[in-house]
Write a protein that binds this ligand. Structure first.
Ligand SMILES: [Zn+2]
Length: 98
């Protein structure tokens, strides 16, 4: 499946990206129709207390908004991660989306 290929490639590519993109980036989300905080799949996985593969599954299913940055890198719309995610993130006191 292309999903697996993309996952491997992005994870490899993200070794550097994750470090430089710890904080959300404000970018335009077409689905939201506004500027929202965007995070890397790895960061989204941390916020969901899951692994990046689960995030890619959400992407494939259309459960979350995302944009494709350069080099096929995905950025996930925090708004689309939903309320329960925010609650978890806020509870952790660390992975704030906004
Ligand atoms: Zn969105």
């Amino acid at each position: 499946m292309s999903l697996r290929q993309k996952t491997v490639r992005v994870e490899t590519h993200s070794v550097t990206v994750v470090r430089t993109n710890q904080r959300p980036i404000d970018l335009w989300c077409e689905t939201c129709g506004t500027t929202t905080a965007m995070v890397t799949p790895e960061r989204a996985a941390e916020m969901l207390e899951t692994n990046p593969r689960a995030i890619y599954q959400h992407v494939e299913r259309g459960n979350v908004h995302f944009i494709e940055a350069g080099a096929g890198e995905l950025l996930i719309c925090c708004e689309s991660l939903g309320g329960e995610t925010k609650v978890k993130a806020l509870n952790s006191g660390e992975a704030q989306c906004l």
